[in-house]
Design a binder for this molecule. Sequence first.
Ligand SMILES: [Ca+2]
Length: 159
Amino acid sequence: MRIPFMAAARPIKQSGRAAGRYFRLYVDSNNLGGFTEVGELEFLNQAGQDLFDIVPPVATHSSAYSGGTSAMHAIDNNMTTRWAGNTNNNEWMKFVFPEAVEVFGITVRSLGLGMEAYTDRAIRDFRLEVSSNGIDWVTVKAWTNQTGWTPAEKRTYML
Ligand SMILES: [Ca+2]
């Protein structure tokens, strides 16, 4: 008899936190610029530290304008680089951690140096999702109407 994998790996979603190995930042819409872009993204642990630095994940994306704008460029601690999805809606970045992590919040930075004219590419309606297998997703929390971004602005969203 097989022991159900799901019992051990089931992601935990509860008020104020989410735990698992598989996460996705799903962008329903940006601020209507041509591309969906994020300068930097952080996943915060309970101490407010960036889990991307502590437990580096593999990052992938729905699409990217070029190899130099892949999802990895949203977590490289470099505000001169960014992730750029090809359209202004239904784009995502996926993060697979080597072990389960507990996320308490996220921070998002809009486009930084050299991209000041394109703040309409910043994300507007988006959600954090968690998964037990990297395929089937559960929304942890959604945020809407995030407008009026200034260049390299950092906003914090707690779960
Ligand atoms: Ca970057």
